[in-house]
Design a protein around this ligand. Structure first.
Ligand SMILES: *Cc1c(COP(=O)(O)O)cnc(C)c1O
Length: 217
């Protein structure tokens, strides 16, 4: 199952689009199967869960953090993750920067955008993204590389398109304004039900769980 699902998805993704296999609640064994079938990046929402799988699967794949990062977990997170896709707080950025400095690494980071301004969602509001970015720029151990968004959950998936479009516009505007200062290149949006729409709207990272691993229990 995992192997066939992954092959179909990898085959249909355009060359410039990277797949993050979203593996929350999946076992290390399931992750191993995905890796053997060609997954290059594993996405994890919880640091503890990721640590356990990292022990088994290790550095033969890249690891992206896609959950909500708490300040007290940032220290452990910077040791295993190759990218943090969900930065939305200055306080967490301070901890990431400090902990990365200690271990001598520079962390690639995406800013999470709350593109539909949903009160219950994490992420920076679209109109606040540039101000937030300016606050993160001074950190020497954080490398800002793009935007990530969840998008609203809508029964009719096509209705998420305008929110992806809006996030792409924001992404392009920042790219234009900061070409000299940033290596700004990743736009992470789209999940199992919405990744095709997201790619049409300019995503170059998609995060897919259910369509690879099956329904979560
Ligand atoms: C779980 C998750 C996904 C994948 O969702 P599916 O609907 O299972 O494809 C993508 N992004 C984030 C942030 C997630 O938590």
């Amino acid at each position: 199952m995992i192997e066939e699902n992954l092959k179909i998805i990898l085959n249909e993704l355009p060359e410039n689009v990277e797949l993050v296999a979203a593996a929350k609640d999946r076992s290390a064994e399931e992750v191993e199967r995905a890796v053997r079938a060609g997954a290059k990046i594993i996405g994890e929402n919880y640091v503890k869960e990721a640590q356990a799988k990292f022990k088994v699967v290790g550095e033969k794949v890249r690891w992206h953090f896609i959950g909500h990062l708490q300040k007290n977990k940032a220290k452990d997170a910077v040791k295993i993750f190759d990218m943090i896709e969900t930065l939305d707080s200055l306080e967490v950025a301070q901890v990431i920067d400090k902990e990365c400095e200690k271990i001598g690494r520079i962390m690639p980071v995406l800013i999470e955008v709350n593109c539909a301004a949903e009160p219950q969602k994490y992420g920076v509001l679209p109109q606040d993204v540039q101000g937030f970015l300016e606050k993160i720029l001074p950190f020497n151990n954080i490398k800002l590389m793009g935007l990530m968004t969840m998008g609203p959950f809508l029964v009719e998936v096509e209705k998420v398109r305008p929110f992806f479009k809006k996030t792409k516009e924001l992404f392009d505007q920042i790219k234009k304004d900061y070409t000299e200062r940033l290596d700004w290149r990743y736009l992470s949006m789209g999940m199992s039900d919405s990744y095709k729409i997201a790619i049409e709207e300019g995503a170059n990272i998609v995060r897919i769980g259910t369509a690879i691993f099956g329904k979560r229990k």
